[in-house]
Design a protein around this ligand. Structure first.
Ligand SMILES: Cc1cc2nc3c(=O)[nH]c(=O)nc-3n(C[C@H](O)[C@H](O)[C@H](O)COP(=O)(O)OP(=O)(O)OC[C@H]3O[C@@H](n4cnc5c(N)ncnc54)[C@H](O)[C@@H]3O)c2cc1C
Length: 492
């Protein structure tokens, strides 16, 4: 792209999907490979009275990196590792570098990303834009706690250097600032030293929400990672039953084969099941059981297996296999087609978690829209302005969208929001599809939003950076002076 960047003609527009495939948009998509090209696109957009959404790998479940009938700036071609120090573990990357590139680049030197998302497909720009958390959030905080500094290219063309010391208000607002303040053009992170490619993983079954919380609380002081799976179909005394995985790093000297286990090929899982069945077809095999009765049965069988065969088992598992298990079933989300899925994740203060999660699952069961998957994690508060974290727990619920249930599902989400807010809970833009601006203000508070709006005015005076999500949740943030967006969305 050069100084004479043009907005593509209508036949060059692209259909862009949310990760959950339940919403999409038609946009002009630009894929810069150099930072200079970004300023060029900013100028072109301003002149054409278009606005711009920033996009990494598009792994946010909802509309965070969609921008109907406007521009999307896709960073996947800006994917160079800019600097790496294997002595200190400090790494500087372009925003389109994926988590997969990152761990594969560093593991041979004995380093691992300190916080990882459940998929390695995400980019580091998207990671910082949402401030993602991992299964060690209670101990390591979100990814932003490990970002040392970044460069932020503002829509004004100014390149800001941000760290905890320099432009610190922007540092704490842009991390988790859902791409509203500027583009991360380089990000410097501190990686975590590891002494083995393996983790020690202990698995056991839990009877209900009270039990899982009790087990988490007991294990937090010694665990490096903790994650729970919840069978959302169980009722009564078994409401919230599931399975916990607790993982530990191996200390120096504990793995006699560390030189081997730290190799990339020792991290990968095989491409086939039982050596014969290609994993790429697994989602097709799931299709015949992809209905509520089949999934209820699957959840029940999984629970029974974890409470018998898999109970109190300790194994050694590679970092990648433990962290990114879902990536090893390619296209598993296609089992939710044709309507796709939404994820409903709420973050509840510790003292209210049991009651709130029970109320959520009971509501889903009463409305006969039971989540097919429930994932349970422990969190701690952090210092970022638009944070989703609390000192407490989160429950992430995968819900199927169909043409018939869409309206009822959105209504149920509104009712779940009321429950979450009544218990002092928070939400996460990376997972959201259903919040309203009133809900967003209720959990963030007016003060935080006003502070964010004021930083936005400084960084992006023409409101060039917008997205479907920002217009849905923060209409005032995108009050337009010179750029008038069309807010129309294609719902499949
Ligand atoms: C299977 C799966 C599992 C997941 N597990 C977890 C999990 O365990 N924990 C968790 O916290 N999240 C999880 N997520 C969510 C995911 O980590 C976030 O949505 C993440 O932001 C996606 O990164 P991305 O590169 O796809 O960014 P996108 O989804 O494309 O964008 C995310 C945000 O970042 C902004 N952005 C993108 N690039 C830039 C840039 N260069 N400069 C400024 N802003 C930018 C975008 O505007 C957008 O607001 C999961 C998602 C999936 C699909």
């Amino acid at each position: 792209m050069s100084a004479n960047t043009r907005i593509p003609s209508p036949d060059q527009l692209e259909k862009v999907d949310s990760w959950g495939m339940q919403t999409s948009c038609i946009s002009s998509v630009f894929r810069p490979s150099l930072p200079e090209q970004i300023s060029d696109i900013f100028q072109t957009a301003l002149a054409a009275q278009q606005n711009i959404a920033l996009r990494g790998a598009g792994c946010s479940y909802g509309d965070a990196s969609l921008n109907a009938e406007n521009i999307i700036l896709d960073f996947t071609r800006m994917n160079r590792i800019l600097a790496w120090n294997p002595q200190t573990g400090e790494i500087t990357v372009e925003p389109g570098v994926t988590l997969e590139q990152l761990w594969k680049y560093c593991i041979g030197d004995g380093w691992w990303p300190p916080v990882v998302s459940g998929t390695m497909r995400v980019t580091m720009g998207g990671a910082a834009g949402m401030n993602y958390h991992g299964k060690n959030n209670f101990k390591a905080g979100p990814v932003g706690d490990h970002i040392l500094k970044f460069q932020l290219l503002l829509p004004t063309g100014e390149l800001l250097h941000c760290s905890r010391e320099e432009n610190s208000d922007i540092f704490f607002a842009a991390i988790g600032g859902f791409g509203m303040l500027g583009c991360f053009t380089s990000i410097t992170m501190q990686m975590k030293k590891i002494y083995s490619g393996m983790l020690e993983v202990y698995a056991f079954a839990t009877n209900n929400f009270a039990h899982i919380i009790q087990e988490f609380e007991k294990r937090i002081p010694q665990a490096d990672y903790l994650v729970g799976w919840i069978d959302c179909f169980a009722k009564g005394k078994e409401l919230g039953r599931g399975q916990v995985h607790e993982a530990h790093y191996l200390q120096q000297g504990e793995d006699p084969f560390a030189m081997q286990t730290l190799r990339i090929e020792k991290q990968e899982l095989p491409d086939s099941l039982f050596g014969i069945l290609p994993k790429s077809i697994i989602w097709r095999l799931m299709k015949p059981i992809a209905h509520p009765v089949g999934i209820q049965l699957l959840n029940m069988l999984k629970y029974k297996a974890s409470a018998t065969l898999g109970n109190h088992k300790t194994i050694h598992q590679s970092h990648a296999a433990f962290a990114f298990l879902l990536d090893y079933v390619p296209n598993w989300k296609n089992a939710y087609l044709p309507g796709g899925l939404i994820q409903y994740q709420s973050f509840i203060p510790e003292q209210n978690a049991e009651e709130c999660f029970k109320a959520q699952i009971e509501l889903c069961q009463r409305r006969k829209m039971v989540p097919w998957l429930g994932v349970f994690k422990k969190h701690r508060k952090d210092d970022f302005l638009m944070s989703h974290a609390v000192n407490g727990y989160s429950l992430a619920l995968d819900l199927r969208v169909t043409e018939r249930n869409r309206e009822a599902l959105w209504q149920m989400a509104q009712d779940l929001n009321k429950i979450v807010l009544a218990y002092g809970g928070r939400f996460y833009f990376a997972k959201d599809s259903t919040l309203t601006s009133t809900d967003a203000e209720a959990f963030l508070g007016r003060d935080a939003i006003e502070k964010f709006e004021s930083i936005k005015r400084r960084c992006d005076p023409h409101n060039l950076l917008q997205s479907n999500l920002s217009r849905r949740l923060f209409p005032l943030l995108n009050v337009v002076e010179t750029v008038q967006p069309h807010v129309s969305e294609t719902a499949l």
